[in-house]
Design a protein around this ligand. Sequence first.
Ligand SMILES: [Zn+2]
Length: 481
Amino acid sequence: MQQGSSDSTNEHLTSKNRNKYILGMAYFYVLLFIGLIGYMCYFMMYQSNEYLNSTYNKRLDKLSESVTRGSILASDGSTLADTTVNRDKSVTRNYPYKNQFAQVVGYSTRGQTGIEAITNYTLLNTSEDTWSKIKKQIFDEPIYGNSVVTTLNPKIQKIVYDAMGDKKGACVVMEPSTGRILAMVSKPDYNPNKINQIYDELVSDNKNSNLVNRATRGQYSPGSTFKIVTLLEYIKENPDTYEDFSYNCTGSITYEGKTVKCSHGAHGVVNLKQAFAKSCNGAFITMGLSLNMRSFRKTAKTLLFNDSIPFEISSKQSSFDLTSKSSDWDIMQTVFGQGKTLVTPLHNALILSAIANGGVLMKPYVVESIQSPSGKEVDKVLPETYKTLMSPKEAEILKEYMVYCVNRGTGKVVKTKKYQAAAKTGSAETKSTSEANAWFVSFAPADEAKVVVSVVLEEAGAGGENAGPIAKKVFDALLVD
Ligand SMILES: [Zn+2]
């Protein structure tokens, strides 16, 4: 009885174990299956385009043999790049705007860059219907790939391109409410129609780096445009008392044996708003030395410093170097935009966009829609929220200070009765040259901003006088004419 009972218990246990085992295996396979499905979804959603667009993907080489590369169009429908098939069946890639869109549109015959790179698969894939494909094959006509319609506005691109003249630098024009990039100019440039002839020479020219898109990959010292970040941190750390700030500027500040000058002489007694609008280095250094470096680093990170920039076209990160171990001299330099901080013109445009958009950054984008070769829309990109960079209240305060900078400070070059702009100037000293890099970051109209302009001109001097007029021309074209 005892024995029997024990046997039956054992049997019961064994069968229980077996059931457990089977159940375990079932769970395992179900999880494996879910994992597989999950990965496939992830791949389709996020990585497939990357894979398909990869220059290592051999399938694209095959596609390019049967499909003629599609066109890249501007937002007004004009052609930024297209391909003609010559009599001998060879193909020529044409860029009607020549140098103007060089880096942002890119090239496709010596590897791919710019929009040519990010839409490589789309341009070589066709949504042409089967019947017309067959017809074209019978009559030996080229089958074109799909076209890409971009957000780029040729009128604005030309205004910026002309206004920058022969200065090196970059400019990004962006719509803060959507993230659409309206213009992206980088100088010096090149003529993409001649890329095969000039490529080797351009690649070896490290001094000018014409092939580099300085808007997304140019890392510049931010100069006083960085005072926006320092100001934000000061307001965050002193939410109830920041308006009580006062500083008596004598034209320079000395701390522990190191002296920093103000570029416009003595500012006298300034409150926080005046210190920002007049770009008083002494006031910002005084504020900066009071800041909590861990908190400052966190704020910089939230503003996308030391982080990847959410843009389809290859972009460099901006860097912010202060930590709780930084020396006072490093802090003094960094808070007014010198020191080791580096920022790209695109990144500055994103910070401004968030300020203009109540603290919310919309994901910047340059591809608006995909069209079949016959012009039918087959896909459309919709604006997408990327991240909240600051609270609506903080954005409102920064905006108010930037408006004051236009009305009563260094940003007066964009002051007009026709619209109210908000701006910050910067003149970033570089070690190698005597003239500073001129920065001007701005948006307009201050309330319900339609456009952000971020511009840097290398070795051009003061930001307001030299880079400011470019923003003014863009605002006039978009908001007045
Ligand atoms: Zn000062």
